[in-house]
Design a protein around this ligand. Structure first.
Ligand code: SF4
Length: 258
């Protein structure tokens, strides 16, 4: 279900600079997300559409110093409703016309629609994946484009000369890292120039939702994850950093936003 709301502010200032994505500001044209990933607290039944986002942004941007804007931090700017509403496109247009660097974070191939605007400014795009396994993706990211389709988006953006990278985000133990060497190579071959990752955190109702899905559709992985997250919201003692560092180094993919 969608609801239209009027926002009074649209730019959120980050204290300092965001270390993961390198931004000073965040703009989210939607509140909550219709891509329904089971590990995410933005996946809700009611999505709020900030219909006046671009209008508010035009005024607000005059009062802030130039700095990178992260488009899509708490929610995906290219979620399904964007196809109809076009708010991310409007916002992106304002930001590029005003000369603000932009970092788009998305799981959606819909970002390809805005290549014309992306190319007109200082814009980079990070496409996120938690797995390249289509079957698992359908369970945990039911409404997001299939991983192979996302990979094609990386390829398309790269061919257009756009700075593009990937985020293994969240990195789900026993899922995201099982074929990480091969996946990293495929990301590089598609044209990604960097990789960002962050381990899955499970809190509150998201924890129940995620475990419920895993128990139903992947009981073997569920048992292992349950143990790992038994008394922590982080995967206690599970570290694959060396594996990722090695894999990236091997294929020449830069680790981290830079
Ligand atoms: S696409 Fe991103 S914001 Fe949307 S539900 Fe999935 S993880 Fe959450």
């Amino acid at each position: 279900m969608y609801r239209w709301i009027s926002c009074r502010n649209i730019v959120e200032r980050i204290h300092g600079t965001d270390k993961r994505f390198g931004g000073k500001y965040i703009v989210d044209p939607y509140q909550k997300c219709d891509l329904c990933c089971v590990y995410c607290d933005a996946a809700e039944d009611i999505i709020y559409i900030k219909h006046n986002a671009a209008e508010i942004l035009i005024n607000e941007i005059e009062r802030i110093k130039r700095g990178t804007v992260i488009l899509g931090s708490a929610t995906d700017p290219y979620q399904k409703i964007e196809k109809r509403e076009g708010l991310a496109r409007e916002v992106l247009k304002v930001l590029t016309e005003k000369g603000f660097p932009v970092h788009i974070l998305t799981k959606s191939s819909l970002v390809e629609r805005d290549i014309d605007i992306i190319k007109s400014g200082d814009v980079r795009v990070t496409i996120s994946f938690s797995t390249m396994d289509e079957n698992i993706s359908r369970i945990i990211e039911p409404e997001a484009p299939a991983p192979e389709r996302r990979l094609k988006t990386v390829e398309k953006l790269s061919e257009e000369g756009i700075k593009v990278g990937v985020a293994v985000f969240p990195l789900i133990p026993y899922i995201s890292d099982v074929n990480i060497e091969r996946d990293v190579e495929r990301f590089r071959d598609a044209g990604a120039s960097y990789l960002i990752y962050e381990y899955l955190e499970l809190k509150g109702y998201v924890r129940e939702k995620f475990f419920g899905k895993m128990k139903e559709f992947a009981p073997d992985i569920y048992e292992k994850l349950k143990e790992l997250y038994q008394d922590s919201y982080k995967p206690k003692g599970y570290k694959v950093d060396d594996k990722i560092i090695k894999a990236c180094k091997k294929v020449g993919l830069r680790l981290g936003y830079g």
